[in-house]
Design a protein around this ligand. Sequence first.
Ligand code: CA
Ligand code: CA
Ligand code: CA
Ligand code: CA
Ligand code: CA
Length: 355
Amino acid sequence: MTRRVFIILLFSSISLAACVVESTVPPPATAKPITATVETEAVQSLDDAADDPAIWVNEADIELSRVIGTDKNFGIEVYSLAGEKLQSIAAGRTNNVDLRMLEGNGRWSALAAASNRSNNTISLFLIDRQGTLTWLQDSEIATGLTEPYGLCMFANAAGLQVFVNDTDGRYQQWLLDISSVDAREPAISAMLVREFAVPSQPEGCVADDEHQRLFVGVENEGVRWLSAHHRASARLWAIADIDGDVLVADVEGMSLYHAGSKGYLVVSGQGNNSYAFYNRLPPFDYRGSVFVVEDTSTGIDGTSDTDGLDVSSSVRTPEYPQGLLVVQDGSNTGPREPQNFKYLSWEKIASALGL
Ligand code: CA
Ligand code: CA
Ligand code: CA
Ligand code: CA
Ligand code: CA
């Protein structure tokens, strides 16, 4: 969401003043500058609209992988690895989106879920083998929350699950019944299997399926983790606190870069326009930060006030030889340009941070 510090930039030549939310806090002194490789077409809605991405990997042809992005005032948009907009779904006020691949070789390759404030639901989307989404409008999950906000998915032996949180700190864990997914008209039902709360406003989260951990951002406190198992204690453990240097509030999007059983946790530190990297495994050592500057050769602008992000070590192409990190950009340059998403090469990050 928005920062508390607002700088209103008035462009006299533009009738509609561009209201750009920017932080005044610099990135950590040790953070490394990198540039984006690609930027997507802008989302449809003006102002603070783009929020959170999810990367869908095309296992048959990696180059045809897709990036799904939310527009908080419109719904879902789907982009190619070149940043072209391929699909738009007017699903409502979607906020966070995540996905999991499905087993088998049926029509559907994956299931995506998005928090949706239009009717306070979780919206579900099946993804076919070409990366085209179908919104399951009859399978909306009514959360009963006041404002479904952050969302992430989880899979273990119990099945596919969705975590969703409310700005008041409540978290819900839903277990999905996908047994009819291959039916002519798929319908998915959900059962609430756990509820817990974090001390103050959460948003970003990511689940580690292999190690059954849920990483959560508490926007004004820091990064925490707890057991992702629905029968386990929801006791929170600290990974990093907001310290005004590495992490400046809000803690926003987070995702996991998988390298075998190891890898990295990536966190958006919205308050100083930077991204912090931690080891995926305990004790979750901090490995450094990057921030994104303009690439003067391509004209792709840097990023600021990032909300959501997603990373995949499976997207390996000539442009992304070690994987892809997608981040929302709170201020896309160009007069009256709506917000968009930027694609970063993991190779540049790994090289900058010595990962
Ligand atoms: Ca937020
Ligand atoms: Ca925002
Ligand atoms: Ca996401
Ligand atoms: Ca920008
Ligand atoms: Ca731009």
